[in-house]
Design a protein. Structure first.
Length: 441
């Protein structure tokens, strides 16, 4: 009886209370680490803007992620080791030499349940709220442990340096753009985000990664005005065109001297006819270059987001694209850039065009050669690479290293490509299907 009283004395209960307190601290550090790393910085910023001091502190301490993780791990390891040591000493009073093995089993169970799974589950479920709640004590812990963490940081870097590993605490593990894109793809796969919404947002995010030459209208398809033509011929051309702005060239189509707006031309010719006594003579003397605006040239490597900002700043919608030698490559409009975000934009004046993509009854895609790889991927959910070519025809030419003839078949990137139409050196139509799909007989 005296021995039992001795074992369960005051020091026993103090040790049990201390171990329980250390487990609580361990759970606090584990949950804090999960909450602060899992919390969305966007949601924290929104809460901070509404006046939440906890959210603002959470944003501040997560800016130096290396210091934060080092401090939390240091605190977590300290309390876990101390709790395990105290448990071993306490059990030694009951089980002697077997206390070490028993302490390992007991502490593994307790730490796993109460210091790891339970707090981390709560932290993941309520990441932003938990991050705001723990931000103040973690800020204090980070300040207290900062000298030790700094020393450990330098030791770790010194060990990694001979192996060529260099750490940068200011580098984000996951870029914001990639985080948003990943969330959209996951949301779409789970049915939470519509395909159209995903494509619009991803299109806006991709503008900085794409250049104007990827979406420009090629120079072979540009409708132009010859400044030497009769003014009435030019007027008829403008009235029949579906475009309101047309480039004006002199002598050859590489020599662009201006951009003519149909409204400016119609207004000027109407003024000549209505005010002159001899309008026929006045029209013959009329120089269309005087009502055309100065052409705006942009390099073909300009990122789309930069070009859109330039259009908005200059209050312009139309630019001619040139290469590094100043040769005309094509033209781009503000509408072209917007279509990369919202999809095809048409109005009552646009002519009905045949679809650049159709699906046949045997499971093949009938694709216009000039269709961009990006548009094909967005329409079919495929993943053809667009690093080496902008169009489907360009991809076939790049991979085959030749200009294929009608009837030739190629297989690459998981697709079978068959050239079905060709105009001179241009592939105008292809038949495609995934290699893993066997068409019916």
């Amino acid at each position: 009886m005296e021995q039992t009283i001795y074992i369960f004395d005051t020091s026993f209960w103090i040790s049990v209370s201390a171990i329980a307190g250390l487990l609580v601290l361990s759970g606090f550090f584990s949950g804090s680490e999960t909450a602060l790393t899992a919390a969305s910085r966007g949601k924290l910023r929104a809460k901070a803007d509404k006046g939440s001091r906890g959210a603002q502190r959470a944003l501040t301490i997560t800016e130096d992620s290396e210091r934060l993780i080092g401090s939390v791990l240091l605190g977590n390891n300290l309390v876990n080791i101390l709790a395990t040591s105290m448990t071993t000493a306490l059990l030694a009073r009951f089980f002697g030499e077997n206390a070490v093995a028993l302490s390992t089993i007991v502490m593994t169970i307790l730490v796993l349940i109460f210091a790891e799974v339970l707090p981390k589950t709560y932290a993941i479920t309520n990441a932003e709220r938990a991050a705001s709640l723990v931000s103040h004590p973690i800020q204090v812990v980070t300040f207290m442990f900062s000298p030790i963490v700094l020393a450990v940081r330098w030791v770790v870097r010194a060990i990694l340096w001979p192996f060529g590993v260099q750490t940068d605490p200011d580098t984000n593990i996951l870029a914001v753009r990639e985080e948003i894109a990943g969330a959209l793809k996951i949301g779409h796969s789970e049915g939470l985000v519509e395909k159209e919404d995903r494509d619009r947002i991803l299109g806006a995010l991709d503008l900085s990664e794409r250049a104007v030459d990827e979406i420009m209208l090629h120079r072979s398809d540009i409708e132009m005005i010859n400044v030497e033509d009769d003014p009435m011929v030019i007027l008829d051309q403008c009235l029949e065109s579906k475009h309101t702005r047309l480039p004006v060239f002199k002598q050859n189509k590489e020599n662009i001297i201006g951009v003519l707006h149909a409204k400016d031309l119609a207004r000027t010719i109407y003024r000549i006819i209505s005010t002159h006594k001899n309008p026929d003579i006045a029209l013959k003397r009329f120089d269309v270059s005087k009502v055309s605006k100065e052409p705006y040239f942009v390099p073909n490597t300009t990122p789309l987001d930069d070009q859109m900002r330039q259009f908005l700043r200059l209050h312009s919608h139309f630019a001619l694209v040139v290469d590094e030698y100043g040769s005309l490559q094509g033209l781009i409009t503000l509408e072209d850039i917007l279509e990369e975000i919202v999809g095809e934009i048409t109005d009552e004046f646009d002519e009905a065009e045949d679809s650049t993509l159709a699906k046949s009854s045997d499971g093949h895609f009938i694709v216009e050669g000039g269709m961009t790889i990006r548009d094909f991927n967005r329409a079919t959910e495929c993943q053809l690479p667009d690093e080496e070519a902008n169009t489907v025809a360009g991809l076939v030419i790049h991979e085959s290293q030749m200009i294929p003839t009608v009837g030739q078949v190629f297989s690459f990137h998981g697709f079978r490509f068959e050239v079905t139409e060709r105009d001179a050196n241009r592939i105008t139509e292809l038949k495609m299907r995934p290699l893993h799909i066997i068409p019916p007989n």
